[in-house]
Ligand binder design. Structure first.
Ligand code: PEP
Ligand code: MN
Length: 358
């Protein structure tokens, strides 16, 4: 059965678990045995080749690990997936009878690398899981799917693993949930898994991110699992033991994504929200009309559109006056930024009619 179908037809969450990297034959056997015995785990993962950001990190055991995977699968026959980053990896993975491959975040960013993998997989029907690119670019992620689809490789699944940022107080990679949501809008039939291990970089946060992804209607999870996480050769801080994995999975609250039977109660809320949104749009439209008039005035008086000191002052004022509303300062800031950008665009249009729009 295609993986896509298996994910859709199985009880949520569809779980893939296994070590970040395959390190030794013993490590692989120990963890595989435990995951084999956990019926919640449907696929086992293990990194054979590890594209790492820095060259002094462990870059994978290489082809030797594939012979261990072949051996372990004989004893514990559960489907096994690995990462491939070039045609040579594909060739060796296919030869070793690997059940599915995933494209890592550092590969999805590179269209030529993705195309090389597509060409190497053409003609097979192996399932492919595509992680988001390291940068928050949904088009690049969509483009990787399109390359596979163009080659009739259709058993595709997405993995959301977050996006690189320069220092984040909480996460290793920020989730930017709006990006996987945009991917779902584009490919509503492609299943999507969340990889809370790489998003958080911290095993203590895996529970909350897993829950959030399920609440956003994700189909499943890929969670790095290691027999002795703190001794792992890669990603030690984010891996969990098979016991912790079971505890995380058993504590997840599974909510219903079907709204059947609740239409009337839901529309009680949604109708009011619609009326409120209409009111907000009406007000914003009036605000922009006023900005057009302001633009006329500034053009006549030869004033610049932006006065930084004025902008800083009103931003401060709005933040202060919004305190009593219960809206978060972060939200007010991003809302004010969006409104301000649009106000500038309106004034620019009025003041520079002969020039380009933006
Ligand atoms: C991995 O899954 O171990 C990995 C390297 O992931 P990513 O490509 O998301 O960084
Ligand atoms: Mn990893």
């Amino acid at each position: 059965m295609p993986l896509q179908e298996e994910i859709r037809s199985s009880k949520r969450p569809f779980v893939i678990a296994g070590p970040c990297s395959i390190e030794t034959e013993e490590q692989l056997f120990t963890v595989t045995q435990e995951l084999y015995n956990n019926p919640r785990v449907k696929y086992i993962r293990g990194g054979i080749w590890k594209p790492r950001t820095r060259p002094d990190s462990f870059e994978g055991i290489g082809a030797l690990g594939l012979s261990w995977v072949e051996a372990v699968k004989k004893e514990f026959p559960k489907p096994f997936c690995i990462e491939v980053a070039n045609p040579r990896h594909v060739e060796l993975a296919l030869k070793a009878g690997i059940d599915a491959v995933w494209i890592g975040a550092r590969t999805t960013v590179n269209p030529f690398a993705v195309q090389d993998i597509v060409d190497a997989l053409k003609g097979t029907n192996i399932p492919v899981l595509i992680k988001n690119p390291v940068n928050p670019d949904v088009q690049l992620w969509i483009g990787a799917f399109e390359r596979f689809l163009n080659a009739d490789l259709t058993d595709l699944t997405a993995i959301h693993r977050g996006f690189s940022v320069y220092k984040h107080p909480k996460y290793r990679n920020i989730p930017n949930w709006e990006i996987p949501i945009a991917l779902k809008e584009h490919f509503p039939d492609i299943p999507i898994l969340c990889d809370p291990s790489h998003i958080t970089g911290n095993r203590n946060l895996i529970q909350e991110v897993s829950q959030k992804s399920l609440d956003l209607d994700f189909d499943g999870l890929m969670i790095e699992t290691h027999p002795t996480p703190e001794k792992a050769w890669s990603d030690a801080a984010q891996q969990v033991t098979p016991e912790t994995l079971e505890s995380i999975l058993s504590r997840l609250i599974l909510r219903n994504s079907s709204e059947e039977n609740f239409d009337i109660q839901l529309s009680h809320y949604r109708d009011q929200l619609k009326t409120m949104d209409d009111g907000i749009f009406e007000l914003l439209s009036r605000r922009m009309q006023l900005c057009d008039e302001l633009g006329d005035f500034k053009r006549d008086k030869n004033l610049t559109i932006l006065s930084v000191s004025h902008w800083m002052r009103i931003l401060q004022e709005r933040l202060e006056s919004s305190e009593k509303t219960g809206l978060s300062p972060k939200f007010i800031r991003s809302l004010m930024d969006a409104i301000h950008q649009e106000s500038i665009r309106h004034q620019n249009k009025v003041m520079n009619q002969d020039l380009a729009d933006e």
